[in-house]
Design a protein around this ligand. Structure first.
Ligand code: ADP
Ligand code: TRP
Length: 321
């Protein structure tokens, strides 16, 4: 099956991103045909641009390679290196009723919050439709917030196909049911925008500091503690096998240790887990030319994939004359 995903280059990755998305993608490489791109055009719609965007693009590419995106197995590129996506975006715009975009949650939410939405935010779903339809994927793995965008891509594809025949494959989204929402340090969903993240990379001291911020119950040291609703336990169990989880549960029940001890343990577990990935990141950080070469080769592969389709679209729409 062909699986496609776009990643916004929006900053430091956290363990919610890892378990909610990156790990699934890395696993999918073993069984499926995987396409993953850095959605740098999309990042512009939320105000990223200039030197910052260029840096974030390279940082995100470096991080994904470090975390296991394998360019031998996946097609991995930067969105803007395949300009045909902008061409298709325009073609699809002609098949996109205004009402469809006016109903899009992400745009409505921003407007409701008083953010003055610009055209890129309004037309973002059309660009996302172009990203998807250009590569004829079977499946788009998404978080709940992105379902509507895949549905819009389907609607646009149907409109185009009604006019010109069976050109675009209708995409299906897949919600990762067994992927739990990773809690943040305050117990809400971990998210950059809530300032409650534990980041994958960065200084050890900083990571320890964010782990110490995790909100826990106030129970005397000697008393037994509940692990079920403890944010420290819930985060730790993502990294532990069954035996290790049971051992940690026993430590909670036994009493005699405070949440501070469990936090130190959690830090050790996370730090150890990401050690090989840190080493790979250091390698790619000191070999940025290699990262660029990988991205260039990915863009060439991506273009080869889309060429027949974009030629067909040009011919049918009369752009080729
Ligand atoms: P953020 O909320 O920090 O801005 P993004 O929206 O950029 O994160 O998310 C990127 C990917 O990571 C998405 O696929 C999203 O579903 C996943 N993800 C983000 N936060 C979590 C979380 N707390 N639990 C599980 N998955 C998450
Ligand atoms: N909109 C997605 C997000 O914010 C990123 C994205 C852009 C994407 N184009 C895509 C995801 C195509 C899947 C397919 O996370």
């Amino acid at each position: 099956m062909r699986i496609l995903t776009g990643i916004q280059p929006s900053g430091d990755l956290h363990i919610g991103n890892y378990f909610g998305s990156i790990k699934q993608m890395v696993n999918a490489q073993k069984t499926d045909e995987t396409f993953a791109f850095i959605a740098n055009y999309h990042a512009m719609s939320s105000g990223n641009g200039g030197e910052r965007l260029a840096k974030l693009t390279m940082q995100t590419a470096t991080d994904f390679l470090a975390l296991g995106i394998d360019p031998e197995k996946s097609t991995f590129w930067v969105q803007s290196d395949v300009k045909e996506v902008l061409e298709l975006y325009w073609v699809l715009s002609a098949f996109t009723p205004m009402g469809l975009l006016e109903r899009a949650h992400s745009y409505k939410d921003k407007v409701a919050k008083g953010i003055s939405a610009n055209h890129s935010l309004f037309s973002y779903p059309v660009l996302m439709a172009a990203d998807i339809l250009l590569y004829s994927p079977d499946i788009i793995p998404v978080g709940k917030d992105q379902i509507q965008h895949v549905e819009i891509a389907r609607d646009i594809a149907i409109k185009f196909n009604n006019e010109y025949g069976d050109v675009f494959k209708l995409p299906e989204f897949r919600i990762e049911e067994n992927v739990a929402t990773v809690p943040g340090t305050d117990g809400q969903k971990m998210s950059k925008s809530y300032n409650n993240t534990v980041n994958i990379f960065g200084e050890e001291k900083k990571q320890l500091k964010s782990i110490k911020k995790i909100v826990t119950q106030n129970v005397p040291m000697e008393a037994p503690k509940e692990y079920e609703n403890c944010n420290v336990y819930n985060m730790a169990k993502l990294f532990l096998d069954e035996n290790e989880s049971i051992k940690l549960q026993e430590r909670y029940r036994a009493g005699g240790e405070g949440h501070g001890h469990f936090k130190l343990y959690l830090h050790d577990v996370i730090w150890e887990y990401f050690k090989p990935y840190r080493e790979k990141k250091e390698y790619f950080e000191t070999h940025q030319d290699e990262v660029k070469e990988i991205l260039n080769a990915g863009a060439i592969k991506a273009k080869e994939t889309i060429n027949p389709l974009i030629e067909k679209v040009r011919a049918l729409t009369g752009i080729s004359y």
